[in-house]
Design a protein around this ligand. Structure first.
Ligand code: COA
Length: 159
């Protein structure tokens, strides 16, 4: 595996976060979502408020390879994984797993007993491999499309 480092993202990193977000969806999600669904999903790349709230209100963990952001994940309210995205150039190299490990460890360190997320079809196998189970299917209306994802949860061992 290539060398990588983690760094917490700030507002200066928003352009890199947006670029990873767009690339990850364009590359990976097309195996599971139609082009119209992907267009609706990508709409949130333009939502400036969403990105500034992300870095202000959540813990955003970015993974860098050779000083370039290769992926990122975020923890909202200490135990909700809101984002998990890996750039198209770096998928299938195990980086989402590393970011997920870090997010779960961060929740554990803060005394959380459960981690939840709303997970795409594309990411569901990764979350299942890590012990998450599906609580329900979400049918999210976005423009003219319905984007399906899954509410998943992982119960953490009591320490
Ligand atoms: C889902 C995503 C984050 C995975 O990133 P990644 O760095 O390629 O994943 P990893 O290399 O760490 O893979 C870890 C495991 O996840 C699973 N996995 C990853 N990508 C997969 C895919 N496209 N299809 C099926 N399983 C996949 C595999 O089980 C893999 O284990 P393996 O190495 O034993 O095969 C990436 O595809 C992505 O950014 N997708 C688009 C955005 C998205 O759906 N984000 C999640 C929103 S909840």
């Amino acid at each position: 595996m290539e060398d990588y480092v983690f760094q917490e993202a700030t507002s200066n990193d928003i352009p890199a976060l947006v670029s990873v977000f767009i690339s990850s969806i364009q590359t990976a999600a097309k195996q599971d979502y139609s082009s119209n669904e992907i267009s609706e999903w990508l709409e949130s790349a333009n939502n400036k408020k969403r990105w500034s709230e992300l870095v202000q209100q959540q813990t955003v963990i970015a993974l860098y390879v050779s000083k370039v952001m290769a992926g990122f994940g975020s923890l909202k309210d200490k135990n909700y994984i809101d984002f998990l995205y890996v750039h198209g150039n770096h998928q299938k190299k195990g980086f989402a797993q590393k970011i997920l490990d870090k997010l779960i460890q961060t929740a554990e360190k803060q005394g959380q007993t459960i981690v939840t997320s709303d997970v795409s079809y594309t990411a569901r196998p990764l979350f299942e491999k890590n012990g998450f189970t599906v609580v329900q299917q979400n049918n999210n209306a976005r423009g003219s499309e319905v984007l399906v994802n899954f509410k998943m949860e992982l119960v953490l061992p009591n320490v």
